[in-house]
Ligand binder design. Structure first.
Ligand code: FRU
Length: 522
């Protein structure tokens, strides 16, 4: 072998060794993010690297980072040993996994759901003062869940959430009850104080406290509704939003996550619209009509971000995309549980009242890798043909569509292949929009999983859909978010076709755009 070749092959071998070393080193330094490519692993939704996750907790923005804490079992793929897992992001889409934030205290209590706020001016006295003079810190308030007793605890972090110390004076709130949990804390500017809303879960009661220093809390009132309700209220939230963007007309929204009793069965997110004076919530939603944030089967235990910059002005929340009916049996390996796309919340006035509306955060546009097609004003057969020609298929897609029509049913067959398909459809006659996952792929792992989940539209003349399809989930925002449906699906990897269809009649496609979405993990 001539010298030059010998040396270049040595260089080549050297490079290979270096690349191999870098690969191993990165796998060692970043064990948490090494694959994210397992079957059904969502590509643009948050999932933990391994083990079981449920509720999002402590969503807060601080010093340029969005924090997502979450209910986490560090030891296994089913619920247990609950602790707070942790990830941070600069856009709420690309997440960096961090070590466990708050761990259970074995034999004493687990760390259940809760919230986090920025203590900007050290009202708690728990923040350290940095050389820069900054004396803010992060405060987490969560439920210490012991055997037959649930109390609220506080922990604080002086290093941007990287490490946490339990406050020595815990508990900060104790009603001596076994079901007192899920504190959500926020700053109430009008009276310059902190407010906490928590629940007495089994009594289906929201309870309100206030505090000047985040450590000493005073009970103010409780809220419940007269009904034959059974089950529990969990993970409350309370925030104020403008109606139709009018800052002179704002209403308070009280969120309660209800277990079970949701429209699709099992767990779901319910809300009330009303007023709040710093101590009492007054429901202004007429009795009888129950308001739900999502009509799919998999949206629960919501939490909204605290301390988004004032100039941002948005209220954004995330929900856990599962259902307690089968959360421990979802068929993924290694990890179990996923979070929704972050959604921006609003209120809108409709003839039947003021309602919550949701849309995907604007940042989600950056997920678009390429457009398969963008059509306007075509017939359904023409759109079907155009989709065929563009070879639209994939596991991670965004669809925006607007239809009207005389058809009995019009919609999409998603994740189609073999005998599998997930239907996202509209039946104008009865104003239904629905997701049907009965033939979506693997459904047999739980009897409650398979089904067709629907929501009723206010009109049947036009339907606007904005859908996000990931490897094992479908989120659909209908008519600018006046209705939302979120459902997990477990199709075979090869089932990646998508088709438009109309049954008995045709329809008009006013617009249709479909994008391939990129992965936030690779
Ligand atoms: C809701 C919930 C909360 C509780 C947590 C425990 O899914 O039951 O009420 O704090 O999960 O993991």
């Amino acid at each position: 072998m001539p010298w030059s070749m010998k040396s270049s092959s040595r260089v080549f071998r050297g490079c290979r060794i270096l690349v191999g070393f870098l690969f191993l080193a990165s796998a060692w330094v970043l064990p948490a993010q090494q694959t994210y490519n397992e079957p059904w692993r969502p590509q643009f939704h948050f999932t933990p690297p391994k083990n079981f996750m449920n509720d999002p907790n402590g969503l807060v923005f601080y010093k340029g980072e969005y924090h997502l804490f979450y209910q986490y079992n560090p030891q296994g793929t089913e619920w247990g040993h609950m602790s707070w897992g942790h990830a941070v992001s600069r856009d709420m889409l690309h997440w960096k996994n961090l070590p466990l934030a708050i761990a259970e205290v074995p034999g004493q209590y687990m760390i259940y759901s809760g919230s986090a706020v920025v203590d900007w001016h050290n009202a708690s006295g728990l923040c350290a003062t940095a050389d820069s003079g900054d004396s803010s810190c992060l405060i987490a308030v969560y439920t210490a869940a012991g055997a037959n007793i649930q109390r609220q605890h506080l922990a604080f972090s002086n290093d941007r959430g990287r490490t946490w110390k339990e406050y020595a004076g815990n508990p900060i709130a104790d009603l001596k009850q076994p079901d007192f949990r899920d504190p959500k804390v926020f700053w109430y500017e009008v009276q310059k104080k902190w407010v906490m809303v928590a629940v007495l879960a089994d009594e289906r009661k929201a309870v309100f406290f206030d505090s000047r220093d985040l450590r000493n809390w005073t009970f103010r009132s409780s809220f419940a509704i007269e009904s034959n309700d059974k089950g529990q209220w969990e993970c409350p939230d309370l925030f104020r939003l403008p109606v139709d963007g009018d800052s002179r007309n704002k209403k308070w929204v009280l969120i309660v996550n209800r277990n079970p009793g949701a429209p699709a069965g099992g767990t779901g997110t319910r809300y009330f619209v009303g007023s709040f004076d710093g101590a009492h919530f007054v429901n202004e939603t007429p009795a009888g009509g129950e308001l739900w944030a999502d009509y799919g089967k998999d949206f629960y235990a919501t939490n909204s971000f605290s301390d988004l910059p004032e100039k941002d002005g948005r209220r954004i929340w995330i929900g856990w995309i599962s259902n307690w009916q089968y959360a421990n049996r979802e068929p993924t390996a290694i990890w179990r549980g996923a979070q929704s796309l972050p959604r921006e919340l609003g209120l809108a006035q409709f003839p039947d009242g003021i309602r919550l509306v949701q849309k995907p955060i604007a940042e989600a546009k950056a997920l678009r890798e390429r457009a398969f097609l963008e059509l306007s004003n075509v017939s359904v057969p023409m759109a079907i043909e155009a989709m065929h020609v563009a070879n639209v298929r994939g596991e991670a897609l965004e669809i925006e569509a607007e239809f009207s029509g005389e058809a009995k049913e019009i919609g999409f067959r998603l994740r189609k292949g073999g005998n599998e398909e997930t239907l996202l459809g509209f039946t104008p006659e009865n104003k239904e929009v629905f997701v049907d996952r009965t033939r979506s792929g693997l459904v047999s792992f739980a009897p409650e999983f398979s089904g067709r989940y629907k929501a009723i539209l206010r009109q049947n003349s036009r339907l606007r859909l904005h859908a996000f399809l990931d490897r094992s989930s479908l989120e659909v925002f209908v008519n600018d978010g006046e209705l939302v449906l979120t459902d997990r699906i477990y199709p075979s990897p090869g089932s990646d076709e998508i088709e438009l269809y109309s049954d008995r009649g045709t329809g008009k496609v006013h617009s249709l755009s479909i994008w391939k979405l990129g992965s936030t993990w690779h």
